[in-house]
Design a protein around this ligand. Structure first.
Ligand code: AN0
Ligand code: CP
Length: 313
């Protein structure tokens, strides 16, 4: 595998989940694979889990890791072709990507959606800029439209806790005071499309995700109905998609409560706002899988890096 940019780079989700679970049993089994190989982690946005789990994954494979908070500490990058760079940007992606490629064998990038310019976000300017001008493989650590490392970790978590042939999995929108990206929800939807499950999305009317991503997924506007007989409830806030990046609804009735959850397991990518997205009694119960999901980020990243390293050999 050359790059890991989206869920669609996974050739067989069941095989990947199986292999990630075996890495989890013996994380340092392939310690020699990354010897004398360097990964550069470039962060244009904040992170806890992605930063530490990807670093841990690289260390488990014996790689060297360089981390750069590009958003605060790097030069402001220009992505336009032929731009007269007499404004805010200091360095062109053409030079930056080629230079970083000389220091790193793999480049991983986090660059969130702006949530102000839909066309620009959907063009994946940063991720695709690095893909175009780097001479080494690229890994997506959450771009404008996707978070495929999170979705792979979620697939591992679902597999570990599923007891049925065809579980019911519900993706529920939940309230949040700030405008949040669609990336996590998008990749979760795409990941669910790669497996057999009864998959339902619930959100307030008007909060539809990109229809090119949800395709024919079943949407139920009544959250209580959607949660009936659910085995897993995956909560996530996203800002409005059609009124791009707007916060048009903060209705606390959409918060996930113990009462609504019934016997289902609770999932969330974290960071989570307690008693806004979900109440304490859910997060503090045995039904919450959030800590295990975060643990599985290491093995998701490790599997991706392992596949890229094997391809480099
Ligand atoms: C980000 C998001 O919603 O995309 C990162 C989640 C992994 N969340 C926040 O900014 C709170
Ligand atoms: N879930 C996740 O990607 O968390 P961070 O934003 O802390 O990396």
């Amino acid at each position: 595998m050359k790059n890991y940019l989206s869920i669609t780079d996974i050739d067989s989700l069941p095989k990947w989940v199986k292999e990630a679970r075996s890495l989890k049993i013996n994380p340092v089994a392939h310690k020699g694979l990354g010897t004398n190989k360097t990964i550069g982690l470039l962060f244009f946005n904040n992170s806890l889990r992605t930063r530490l789990s990807t670093q841990k994954a690289a260390m488990n494979l014996g790689m060297e890791v360089m981390v750069m908070n590009f958003g605060n500490e790097g030069w402001a990058l220009e992505y336009g072709d032929g731009t007269i760079m007499d404004q805010g940007t200091s360095e062109h992606i053409k030079e930056a990507a080629q230079v970083i490629s000389q220091y790193c064998d793999i480049i991983a990038i986090r660059a969130f959606a702006s949530l102000t310019d839909k066309a620009k976000d959907e063009s994946e300017e940063v991720l695709n800029g690095f893909k175009k001008y780097s001479t080494v493989p690229i890994v997506n650590m959450e771009s404008s439209t996707g978070h495929p490392l999170q979705a792979l970790a979620d697939a591992i978590t679902l597999a570990e806790h599923n007891t049925k042939d065809r579980p019911k999995v519900v993706l529920s929108w939940a309230p949040h005071p700030k405008a949040l990206p669609h990336a996590v929800a998008n990749s979760f939807v795409q990941m669910m499309q790669l497996q057999d499950a009864e998959f339902v999305i619930t959100h307030p009317e008007g909060y539809e995700l990109d229809p090119n991503i949800t395709k024919d997924a079943s949407i139920e506007y009544d959250q209580k109905k959607a949660f009936e007989n659910a085995d897993f409830v995956y909560a996530k806030n996203w800002s409005n998609y059609s009124n791009y990046g707007m916060v048009l609804n903060q209705d606390p009735d959409w918060m996930i409560t113990k009462d609504k959850l019934g016997g289902a397991k609770f999932m969330h990518c974290l960071p989570v706002r307690r008693n806004v997205i979900v109440e304490d009694s859910v997060l503090d119960s045995q039904q919450s899988l959030v800590i295990e999901e975060a643990n599985n980020r290491t093995y998701a990243a490790q599997l991706v890096l392992k596949k890229i390293l094997e391809d480099l050999e």
